[in-house]
Ligand binder design. Structure first.
Ligand SMILES: Nc1ncnc2c1ncn2[C@@H]1O[C@H](COP(=O)(O)OP(=O)(O)OP(=O)(O)O)[C@@H](O)[C@H]1O
Length: 275
């Protein structure tokens, strides 16, 4: 069996005595793609934040999370910092949270490239241009722009370029297209799909949208109120959901699919379903 890039065992997240996430087990192999799905408040974000030790203050993780073999539960910043970037890059729902409003885009991409890859001078400039071209922002004006001068989709492309700058082996994407309008969602999902495939990265993809998850991932874990009620091959789960909650999610996604385009059961092949 391929060694896990990410191995989560019995992950529990508590606020005081209340368990917000309970006993999660999941694995992402190198190059593997796993989706976390569930309705709002089901614990998807807390699960993904716990992986890189980014839980908000007041919340406590227990269990085990091994990222490239390193335990992150209970780890201190000096252990976690080297993992963020080269091992796991993170893209959040709202690109502005990842961007500095006062810094030009080119400099924001240059910073992690310099820090993690050690590039300087013209080699650094070339790497920034290449990073922007990779997310299809190759006009020179983009490097000089401030975040507020870009559209939401362009900002998310910049956030992706920053997350990928350190060449992570795992990309954690938490609702990366939810804040974007539908056409732009497609472009950004296509981009993520292509970059993850080209670089052979593992992907942990968080979404409340089953069609989007089925398009982006191979395996899925279904969360309800912080508990994994089902997990397995995404197409198998779409074809024959076992748990009542998953059946409900699949039924809702199919209704939406039908209402949007009246089309031919596109969920299983993802791209039609995501419309
Ligand atoms: N800092 C916190 N303190 C206390 N409870 C929290 C905190 N952050 C989140 N929660 C609670 O934990 C539960 C899981 O939250 P989480 O953000 O993981 O949900 P989610 O599935 O990602 O939802 P959404 O799709 O709306 O982002 C929710 O009930 C939420 O209210």
């Amino acid at each position: 069996m391929t060694e896990s890039l990410l191995s989560v065992r019995g992950l529990t997240v508590r606020a005081g005595d209340a368990a917000l996430v309970s006993g999660i087990d999941l694995d992402v192999a190198p190059g593997g793609r796993v989706g976390l799905i569930g309705e709002s408040g089901s614990g998807k974000s807390l699960t993904s934040l716990a992986v890189t030790g980014l839980l908000p203050g007041g919340l406590r993780a227990s269990g085990s999370v091994r990222l490239a073999g390193v335990e992150t539960v209970g780890a201190d910043e000096s252990t976690l910092r080297p993992l963020r970037g080269p091992v796991a890059g993170v893209v959040f729902q709202e690109p502005l949270t990842a961007l500095d409003p006062l810094m030009r885009v080119g400099r924001q991409i240059a910073e992690p490239v310099r820090r993690h890859l050690g590039l300087r001078g013209s080699a650094l400039d070339d790497a920034v241009s290449a990073a922007l071209a990779e997310v299809r922002l190759d006009e020179p004006r983009f490097a000089r722009a401030f975040p507020h001068e870009l559209s939401g989709g362009q900002r998310q492309r910049v956030a992706i370029a920053i997350a990928l700058a350190a060449r992570p082996r795992l990309l954690i994407a938490d609702e990366p297209t939810t804040a974007l309008d539908v056409t732009v969602q497609f472009e950004v999902l296509d981009l993520l799909d292509r970059l993850v495939a080209e670089r052979g990265m593992g992907l942990l993809f968080v979404s409340h949208d089953l069609a989007v998850v089925s398009r982006m991932t191979d395996r899925v874990l279904v969360l309800q109120r912080g508990v994994a009620v089902e997990q397995g091959d995404v197409r198998e789960i779409l074809r024959a959901p076992q748990h009542a909650y998953t059946r409900q999610l699949v039924a809702h996604a199919r209704e939406l699919d039908a209402a949007l385009d009246g089309a031919s059961g596109g969920l299983a092949n993802g791209s039609e379903g995501a419309q």
